[in-house]
Design a protein. Structure first.
Ligand code: AHR
Length: 512
């Protein structure tokens, strides 16, 4: 019997809803086909956005959507994507498959998508190949409410009212595809570019930033490290905070971190659907490395920002496997199994647990690319096992993380890749309900769990489970092969007992 301790009276940090964020890039069939089919498509749509996809994303309460990249962001020139569609420039998407990008999805379409989704906006600007003026004008175009060249242009293009930009990324992966910069060079560019990301929406208020917390301003995200590149974190943080009014937190509200899980390494990656138990555990062990990464980069951030005002923004995470056979290698299209579900469960529990520093995360990517929550084929759409994990975890959004720990044993097939048997996190939401998510990482063993809850008068419990064999997946012919089902836990005298089957994710809501 695994003992699971929850002290609901010890509230730790807020689980910002943005931890459940998504990422959409002009890559493969993510934007085109996956989200945007155009107003004249036979696929049901509203202003060109697929209705089935929008509805599925609203169901999991998508809080924020990052766009337009990724590597694409540092090659994107926003003026190519505004105005009458027939006049928009065409370009080659050099990063992703060398296909023609016709710019029919641009700023207006992205804002319309976020309006339909009811989510926050996270626009990623171009530092690698763009100018300060270009970035500054984009922000003016999107957010200035008054008479100005860019506001007038926006009105001429059919949108007199400004939009709200909640987050703005100043470059992407500038250590690599975003310009191959050194951290100090990027840090200086960040300082310069962000100066012209004006706070038009909040009356040009330049007073001290609140850090990541919402204060009506655009929250600016600096490009952070790849995986374990602590030199980058150190170099950027040092540069941001040098000669800087300490109240301004280096004029950044967040620093990104990118980490993908590819079980067989970057070169080989490995199949999304064909793997054995060894590779299953290896994948999960590599996913759990996320916790080490959060700790190592947090330790550096703490030196400059001990109050943790700056968010760690894990705005690219997820599995990255070899593409589905027969698909364009530049499109990064992969299937999604129960292994992806457990990867999502482990990562989301970790983000919850470290929500004092991790304030936003965006899974890569939303539709048809990498660890997608949705796959489409023509007019057909499927929700992947990962979608179901987001569905089970959605109750943590904006809840308070509470103290909890679970007894685990080390399991696995190879000494190098042992993992704890169970992963968990728990929170108390705005309605005072206790929200629990537990994953069983074993492919063979069920675990009876006894949950001892203090600081909470548990009276009722309900729940759901996502479970299956490790290779289980949804396909266009069998779209509901993997789906969640009601789950029963027994509640007696403050103790909650349940047995979690192998390879599963359980969600419980406990009420007083
Ligand atoms: O998500 C795919 C790519 O991975 C992104 O464009 C880039 O930022 C990262 O390397």
């Amino acid at each position: 019997m695994a003992k699971y301790y929850i002290n609901a009276a010890n509230r730790k940090s807020r689980i910002h809803k943005e931890i459940y964020g998504h990422f959409s890039e002009h890559l493969g069939r993510c934007i085109y086909e996956g989200i945007y089919v155009g107003e004249n498509s036979e696929i049901p749509n509203v202003n060109g956005m697929r209705t089935d996809v929008v509805e599925a994303l609203k169901e999991i309460r998508i809080p924020v959507l990052r766009w337009p990249g990724g590597c694409f962001a540092d090659e994107y020139h926003w003026k190519d994507g505004i105005g009458p569609k027939e006049g928009r420039k065409k370009m080659i998407n050099t990063h992703w498959g060398g296909v023609v990008e016709d710019n029919s999805f641009g700023t207006h379409e992205y804002m319309e998508l976020c309006r339909q989704l009811g989510c926050e906006t996270y626009v990623n600007g171009n530092v690698g190949s763009g100018t300060v003026q270009e970035m500054s004008e984009w922000v003016e175009y999107m957010t200035f409410n008054g008479v100005s060249p860019m506001a007038d242009l926006r009105a001429a293009n059919g949108h007199p009212d400004p939009w709200k930009v909640d987050f703005f990324g100043v470059g992407n992966e500038n250590w690599g595809c975003g310009g191959n910069m050194t951290p100090e060079y990027y840090g200086n560019l960040y300082r310069r570019y962000q100066t012209y990301v004006r706070q038009y929406g909040s009356g040009m208020d330049f007073s001290a930033d609140a850090g990541f917390e919402e204060d009506g301003k655009i929250r600016k995200i600096a490009c952070g490290p790849n995986i374990d590149d602590t030199q980058w974190t150190e170099g950027v943080m040092k540069t941001l905070f040098r000669h800087c009014d300490p109240r301004m937190h280096g004029n950044a509200d967040g620093l990104s971190l990118h980490y993908y899980t590819h079980p067989e390494g970057w070169e080989i990656k490995g199949s999304a659907t064909q793997f054995d138990a060894k590779v299953w555990y290896k994948t999960l062990a590599k996913t759990l490395y996320m916790e080490d990464l959060i700790a190592m980069h947090s330790a550096i951030m703490d030196q400059y920002d001990p109050q943790k005002k700056l968010g760690m923004i894990v705005d690219e995470w997820g599995t990255w496997f070899t593409v589905e056979p027969g698909t364009n290698p530049g499109f990064l299209y992969q299937q999604n199994t129960m292994r992806d579900a457990l990867v999502a469960c482990v990562n989301l529990n970790l983000f919850n647990k470290h929500s004092d520093r991790v304030k936003m995360a965006c899974i890569a990517q939303m539709v048809n690319v990498l660890q997608a929550v949705i796959l489409t084929e023509g007019a057909r759409m499927i929700k992947t096992p990962t979608w179901h994990v987001f569905d089970l975890f959605k109750y943590h959004q904006d809840a308070d993380l509470v103290e909890s720990s679970i007894e685990t044993e080390l399991i696995g097939a190879e000494a190098e890749y042992m993992v704890p048997s169970l992963s968990e996190s728990s929170s108390v939401d705005a309605d005072g309900k206790l929200q629990i998510t537990v994953g069983n990482l074993s492919v063979t063993d069920a675990y009876p769990v006894e949950t001892l809850i203090t600081g909470f008068d548990a009276k009722r419990v309900s729940g759901r489970i996502l479970t299956g064999e490790m290779h289980d997946k949804n396909t266009f012919d069998d779209p509901d092969a993997v789906t969640s089902a009601p789950f029963t836990a027994e509640l007696t005298a403050g103790a909650l007992r349940f047995t979690i089957p192998p390879c599963s994710v359980v969600q419980l809501t406990v009420e007083e």
